[in-house]
Design a protein around this ligand. Structure first.
Ligand code: DAH
Length: 357
């Protein structure tokens, strides 16, 4: 028994890894292990022998089991030590300057616009880019055969001949999100809806996919004065100037009444855009008081509530603010362009910390 003990205790101590240790365990106390076989022989012994050999074998089995457990723990500790020694990371190494990527001007400007309107109490709402004819047109007071449908160069989504439903469209503007938000949240309501929109058009200032941001405020006593104030605050904050002058030009949109297009005073002296001074005017958005039919389509009683709305091109104001000449380059994925016009990924635009440092 002493021999068995010496053999296995030293084998356990010598086991250099868990697999070897398991082999030792099986050889000693496994079903067909040496110690187990010896215990089976107890039955053949006479009572006197058994009284001595039984407890001794049990003690041996216990000793071997404890040694196995202890060795297993120390092997695991050693393995961990080993990993910690080999798989280390120098957290004091300086990071790569600006990493590999950058924030696209569209994302940057979307964040900027969101930060400014969030400060005025506007929440962000989103809607689907494939939308029904009803949301994109009818609910916005653009019935079938209305000329505005043709003007928008709409992409219609294919439906099978057997399907008698009207076609879906790639939304031509973010205005349908007005309806979805009214339905979901009711009045009062204050939201902006940024996102991608689609029209079949392609030149220096038009791409088939571009971005808009819609604004909508519905309350009991909203007026054009509120619209004017909100837009002035927005333009000042966005272009980072102290004074701006806005010009509201009477216009027509089916979903607003009255409607206005908004220009900002600017100068193009030396080919450089300066907002807030000069003799030029720059159109930046469409707006107006929400048409009663639109409120009604959104489930809001126009006798009780009224609202203003506006829609603005995100890519367009990005081009203006950051002096980017060609819209098409926005979507070319040219790394040189992205590095030149992109923004650092760690600078979150905020009114306190700066919009576009
Ligand atoms: N949906 C219009 C467009 O894409 C923009 C617009 C104009 C939105 C006036 C509005 C608005 O909410 O009141 O051209």
């Amino acid at each position: 028994m002493q021999e068995l003990r010496n053999k296995y205790i030293s084998a356990i101590a010598d086991a250099a890894d868990e697999a070897t240790l398991e082999d030792v365990r099986l050889a000693a106390v496994g079903k067909k292990g040496e110690v187990s076989l010896k215990m089976r022989e107890l039955g053949k012994m006479n009572p006197e022998e058994r009284q001595i050999a039984g407890p001794a074998l049990n003690a041996l089995k216990n000793e071997i089991n404890s040694a196995l457990v202890a060795r297993k723990v120390s092997l695991a500790d050693a393995a961990l030590e080993d990993r910690l020694r080999n798989e280390w990371l120098d957290v004091t190494l300086p990071s790569r300057r600006r990493g590999q990527g950058s924030i696209h001007p569209v994302s940057q400007v979307t964040e900027e616009v969101t930060a400014i309107f969030a400060d005025m109490g506007f929440a962000v709402a989103e809607g689907p880019q494939v939308d029904s004819d009803w949301y994109n047109f009818d609910a916005l007071n653009i019935p079938d055969h209305h000329p505005a449908r043709a003007e928008m160069d709409t992409f219609y989504m294919y439906r099978s001949e057997s399907d008698n439903q009207p076609p879906h469209v790639l939304r031509t503007h973010t205005s349908p999100v007005q309806l979805r938000s009214m339905e979901k949240m009711g009045a009062p309501l204050r939201i902006i809806c940024p996102g991608g929109v689609y029209r079949a058009d392609y030149d220096q200032t038009h791409t088939p996919m571009f971005h808009q941001v819609e604004g909508l405020a519905v309350d009991k006593d909203i007026s054009m004065a509120n619209l004017k104030w909100a837009l002035e605050e927005f333009v000042k904050a966005f272009f980072e100037v102290d004074e701006v002058e806005l010009r509201f030009r009477a216009s027509h949109f089916p979903f607003t009444e009255p409607s206005a297009e908004v220009d900002i005073r600017c100068s193009w002296a030396g080919g450089q855009l300066k907002v807030g001074e000069g003799d030029d005017w720059l159109e930046i958005l469409g707006s107006g008081m929400v048409h009663p039919k639109v409120l009604k389509a959104g489930g809001i009683d126009p006798n009780e509530w009224q609202g203003f709305a506006f829609g603005m091109g995100i890519d367009r104001i990005a081009m203006l603010k950051y002096g980017i000449p060609d819209l098409r380059a926005f979507f070319d994925s040219d790394l040189r362009w992205l590095h030149h016009y992109g923004f650092g990924s760690l600078d979150q635009p905020s009114l306190q910390g700066g919009l576009s440092r």
